[in-house]
Design a protein around this ligand. Structure first.
Ligand code: SF4
Ligand code: SF4
Ligand code: FES
Length: 250
C-alpha cells in the first residue's frame, strides 16, 4: 500500500507492506524507524487518552492511534496531513497554542464553593450525567480542526471550548456566576456563530458532542437575556416563497 504524508508543501509517498490491522500510528512509527527517521509526529499514550496524535487522515481529523489501516485504506492508499487551522511546526506537528489561548478565555476550571458544614459536596446522579460525557474531552483538537465556523471566523472560540463551558455551568460546585460564564461565550467568536454542521461530532474520538452542547448554551444564554449579537439578516419581505397566480405557480 501507499502512504502519502504531507511534509511541508509537498506529499511524500511511502510504499509499505504491513499488517492491515496495524493502527495509523504504528504505520508512522514503522516509516520513522525503518524508512525515514526524519518523519516527525506527536504521540504518547497509544490508547486514545492523551490526545496528542490527532491528524488529518483522508481529509478527516482523527486519532492516529485509534484508527487502523483497513478502515482507512482507499484504493490501497492512505493520505495523512497535519491538523487544519494551525500553523505547521514540522511535518505532522502543529502549533496549537492559539486553541489553548481560546480555552483559557472560557475559564475551563472549577472555582469551588464552600462545601456544606461537616459534609462534602453531595452531587445527584442526574447532575453528574449532565457533564459526565463532556469530561471525556481529551483536548485532541480534532473537532477544532474540522470546524466550519472557524473557516468563517478565525476568532470563533471553538467546539471543545464551548463543551468545557457547559461542563462547568452544569456543575453545582462551581462558584463562577452563570452570567460571568455566559459573558465569556457571547462576545467575540461567540456560540451563535456555530454553523451547526456537526463536523465536531463526527470528528470526536471520545463521543463528545460539541454542537449539542453549543445548542444548550445558546438556549441558556437566550433564557438569561443574552442575544445573538449578529443575527442572520433574512429579508423575508423580498423573499419569494412561491404561490399561485391565475396561470398556476409563480
Ligand atoms: S457544529 Fe458548530 S462547532 Fe461544530 S464543527 Fe460545525 S460550526 Fe463548528
Ligand atoms: S471534544 Fe472531542 S474532538 Fe474535540 S478536543 Fe475534545 S476529545 Fe477532541
Ligand atoms: S497517542 Fe495518545 S491519543 Fe493517540
Amino acid at each position: 500500500m501507499i502512504v502519502k504524508i504531507k511534509r511541508g508543501d509537498k506529499f511524500r509517498e511511502y510504499e509499505i507492506n504491513v499488517d492491515k490491522n496495524w493502527t495509523i500510528l504504528e504505520v508512522l512509527e514503522y516509516i520513522k524507524t525503518k524508512i525515514d527517521s526524519t518523519l516527525t509526529f506527536r504521540a504518547s499514550c497509544r490508547s486514545s487518552i492523551c490526545g496528542s496524535c490527532a491528524m488529518v487522515i483522508n481529509g478527516q481529523s482523527k486519532l492516529a492511534c485509534k484508527e487502523n489501516i483497513s478502515k482507512n485504506l482507499i484504493n490501497n492508499e492512505i493520505t495523512i496531513e497535519p491538523l487544519k487551522k494551525f500553523p505547521v511546526i514540522r511535518d505532522l506537528v502543529v502549533d496549537d497554542s492559539k486553541a489553548y489561548e481560546k480555552l483559557k478565555k472560557v475559564k475551563p476550571y472549577l472555582t469551588p464553593k464552600t462545601p456544606p458544614k461537616n459534609s462534602e459536596f453531595l452531587i445527584k446522579p442526574e447532575e453528574v450525567a449532565s457533564y459526565d460525557k463532556q469530561t471525556d474531552c481529551i483536548l485532541c483538537m480534532a473537532c477544532y480542526s474540522d470546524c466550519a465556523a472557524l473557516d468563517v471566523d478565525e476568532n470563533y472560540l471553538g467546539p471543545f471550548q464551548f463543551t468545557k463551558t457547559l461542563r462547568f455551568i452544569n456543575d453545582s460546585r462551581d462558584n463562577t456566576p452563570l452570567n460571568e460564564r455566559l459573558d465569556l461565550i457571547t462576545k467575540e467568536g461567540n456560540i451563535f456563530e456555530c454553523l451547526e454542521c456537526q463536523a465536531c461530532i463526527l470528528a470526536c474520538p471520545k463521543g463528545v458532542t460539541p454542537q449539542f452542547d453549543i445548542k444548550k448554551l445558546q438556549n441558556i444564554a437566550l433564557q438569561n437575556g443574552y442575544q445573538n449579537p449578529n443575527p442572520p439578516q433574512n429579508d423575508f419581505n423580498s423573499f419569494n416563497f412561491g404561490g399561485f397566480n391565475e396561470g398556476g405557480f409563480f
